[in-house]
Design a protein around this ligand. Structure first.
Ligand code: DP6
Length: 337
């Protein structure tokens, strides 16, 4: 293993990943689909060391004190990645101890999936560190990223990406595949952050509750029967209206599953609902290609085309109580020299 450094960005799902068939290995129940965004990024450096360590710096350059659980999550990725890589290569590739340094440019508490970028970046750095002995392809990197965070698997690729749920209980049975690259369709994601409050229940705990909702089985069937396929089709044909219909149906369905779980998870706030209503009015009045989607928090992602971008950005900037970020479709993780 040689020292290595990588960079990765978050991705935003249009068909949401919610619930696992195996929580330990983060093997999802159903496929999901996302767009990788161009920024903000995370950089990770790794190198062989005398003892395992993880240090992390936030977007202001301040060192962040990591908790025991955070460190354990990194340690588990390294352990499982070590097993996976030795299985692939037929020999040990990683040293017994590694030091990891994480530098995030993602502002804290904005509801952007920093874990997706972080664990994708770690997988990219691990792959780079062993590439002379055993070069990994993007699918293999996505398996390692998924161990740390399910959605991280998708950030390995640029553009539009499917996370295939797969079947069975092997670590490599679920992986991410690119549907179309970042040059295929210039979609923007204008992000409105209504609240800087830390989310109450994180995604990892939330996934474990998905099965308690009476609506969950129907959700999984819908994704398996038509939603994932229709979403891929809409992207390949650049059919915004079709994409809007499927993505909003899937997002609202996931939030209904969350709300009807035991205990109930309510991530959307009054601000979220107000923004959704505004956007619905705006597009009816002005016939704008724009769709909304929300993850496990009140942040609203407004996907739009070049044509509607200026108008949506004007709307977003007029929301004085919100922080606004503008992103576009991006290229996926890569190695830094
Ligand atoms: C609602 O990938 O954040 O954003 O694997 O526990 O890290 P962990 O969960 P995570 O779950 C993402 C949930 C979601 C939907 C999505 O991104 O597909």
């Amino acid at each position: 293993m040689k020292p290595a450094k990588a960079i990765a960005t978050p991705n935003i799902a249009l068909i949401k990943y919610w619930g696992n068939r195996n929580d330990e290995l983060r093997l999802p129940m159903a496929d999901s689909l996302s767009m990788t965004i161009d920024h903000p990024s995370v950089e990770i450096s790794i190198e062989p060391s005398d003892s395992f360590s993880v240090r992390s710096w936030n977007s202001e350059g301040k060192e962040k004190q990591l908790g025991k659980d955070d460190i354990a999550r990194f340690a588990r990725v390294i352990d499982l990645a070590d097993n996976y890589l030795s299985g692939l290569a037929g020999k040990e590739l990683l040293p017994s101890e590694i030091s990891i340094e994480v530098r995030s440019h993602i502002p804290p508490k904005i509801g952007l999936a920093s874990s997706a970028a972080v664990f994708c970046c770690l997988a990219e750095a691990l792959a780079a560190s062993v590439t002379d002995e055993f070069p990994l392809d993007a699918v293999q990197k996505s398996v390692i990223a998924r161990i740390g965070s399910g959605s991280a698997a998708r950030s390995v690729h640029g553009g539009f990406v499917a996370l295939k749920a797969g079947e069975g209980s092997s670590l490599a049975s679920s992986y991410a595949e690119q549907i179309a690259d970042e040059h295929h369709w210039a979609l923007h994601d204008i992000i409105l952050v209504p609240s800087h409050d830390e989310k109450k229940v994180g995604s990892t705990e939330g996934h474990a509750l998905a099965h308690t909702s009476p609506l969950y089985a129907k959700r999984i069937e819908a994704i398996r029967n038509y939603r994932q396929r229709d979403c891929i089709d809409a992207i390949l044909k650049r059919d915004f209206e079709k994409l809007r219909f499927i993505a909003e149906e899937d997002c609202l369905d996931m939030h209904e599953v969350m709300r009807t779980s035991t205990p109930s998870l309510e991530y959307l706030t009054e601000d979220t609902h107000r923004i959704i209503a505004d956007v619905e009015r705006l597009r009816t009045r002005e016939h704008l290609p724009v769709l909304y989607t929300m993850d496990a928090g009140p942040t609203v992602h407004l996907f739009c085309t070049d044509e509607s971008r200026d108008r949506i950005l004007d709307y977003a900037n007029a929301q004085t109580s919100c922080t606004v970020f503008e992103t576009v479709v991006g290229p996926g993780s890569s190695v830094l020299s």
